[in-house]
Design a protein around this ligand. Structure first.
Ligand code: PHB
Length: 397
């Protein structure tokens, strides 16, 4: 019998027939030790304004897995993809489908904070591991924190928190705010306001529109009339492209400097001149000079013929977190206590720089001031060292 052609069916037949028992015994440990594939449910926006984010996250996740021979925690990976359409109304139902119908072992997703709330509910009910690769909703690592829920990205509170400090350093004493009216915009506004007002800044105007609306004209007229010294905003994906273009077309780019966290990520090419020079704070800059970042960018570009961005980095690190957790338990996705212990104790070597996890399972990480130059968000300086989310309401913290 050829060793390489000895598959499981042959093994059963041979063993049952009492023939070739020696060969069967010899091969049994090898055959039986092959664990089942791990089913990873990737629930992401594959359509709509956040589609570019979903694609980047998926590419990053798959790159990490490919770099490890297609495995996570020693188990081969099998993907189940689901488009969540960034629709909060379907968040729980879609997550539940992945658990009950598709029988995934692990949930990975998503981008939109409202959809995330549905995923969190299903993760808490089912006890399945959930890795959040983007959505910043505070509750995920706040009042709804749980041993089986981890975030590889950030909280909404974290990403914009340094913007107020940067504005004050630049001498802007008054500011206006504009964003989509849902958790990601509202939680950012609260954090920006907290940081900016503490340093003496005054917010003179708040402007909101429903997600994913991009009818900015009337609001931009109001914004100009309020005459703030600077503007802070939150938009991402397709909406960010439309916003910076409209801001420039309204003649505001040269008059009132625009600040944000996300408005220039993964979208610079489409934004053209409208995004050039915009200052943002985030946990990643394209040109970070870490060996891990250089290697990540090289492998990503080789694999996809595309440049990675902060979203691909979060996808990559979602797979990395899973791998760290599952390697500690030989791939047993239900061993939550020991998975959590492994991730909590790890120093994660990320393209963003090394980071650790808080007790609430949110990264404690540096935030960088970046400037949009050409097709990159370039590192300017560290805007806030080792910033931790306050984890309000989390009983594990
Ligand atoms: C969110 O909904 O939490 C969200 C969406 C897009 C981003 C960041 C956060 O770029």
């Amino acid at each position: 019998m050829e060793h390489h052609s000895f598959d499981r069916r042959q093994f059963l037949k041979t063993a049952a027939g009492g023939v070739g028992v020696a060969a069967a015994t010899l091969h049994a440990p090898y055959i039986i030790a092959q664990p089942a594939k791990i089913r990873v449910g990737l629930m992401l926006p594959y359509t709509g304004t956040f589609a570019v984010l979903g694609a980047a996250i998926q590419n990053g996740f798959r790159l990490y897995v490919a770099e490890r021979g297609g495995k996570i925690g020693g188990r081969e990976v099998e993907y189940v993809n689901l488009d969540d359409e960034s629709d909060p109304a379907k968040g729980a139902e879609n997550s539940n489908r992945l658990v009950t119908r598709d029988k995934v072992d692990v949930l990975v997703g998503t981008v939109h904070s409202g959809v995330q709330m549905g995923m969190i509910k299903i993760a808490r009910d089912s006890g399945l591991l959930l890795i959040i690769p983007n959505a910043g909703v505070g509750a995920a690592t706040g009042e709804l924190c749980a041993p089986n829920i981890f975030r590889s990205s950030f909280s909404n509170w974290q990403t914009i928190h340094a913007v107020g400090k940067v504005m004050i350093e630049k001498g802007h004493k008054t500011a206006a705010w504009i964003s989509w009216k849902y958790a990601a915009g509202e939680e950012r506004f609260a954090s920006f306001k907290e940081g900016y007002e503490k340093l003496g800044g005054k917010i003179v105007k708040e402007l909101w529109l429903p997600f994913p609306n991009v009818e900015f004209q009337a609001l931009l007229t109001e914004l100009a009339a309020a005459k703030p010294e600077a503007v802070a905003c939150f938009f991402a994906g397709g909406g960010a492209v439309k916003f910076t273009k409209d801001y420039e077309a309204a003649g505001l780019k040269a008059k009132i400097p625009l600040y944000s966290d996300f408005v220039t990520d993964g979208t610079l090419q489409a934004q053209g001149s409208s995004a050039q020079g915009i200052l943002t704070t985030l946990n990643y800059a394209d040109d970070l000079d870490f060996p891990k970042n250089r290697q990540f960018r090289l492998n990503f570009a080789k694999t996809y013929k595309l440049q990675p961005d902060v979203h691909s980095m979060h996808g990559y690190d979602s797979a990395q977190l899973l791998d760290i957790g599952l390697r500690a338990v030989k791939g047993d996705t239900r061993a939550i206590k020991n998975i959590a212990r492994a991730i909590e104790g790890a120093t994660i070597d990320s393209p963003r720089g090394k980071f650790t996890m808080s007790k609430a399972h949110n990264p404690i990480q540096d935030f960088y001031l970046r400037e949009a130059v050409g097709d990159q968000n370039k590192f300017v300086k560290v805007a806030w060292k080792a910033l931790a989310d306050p984890a309000r309401g989390c009983k594990m913290a």
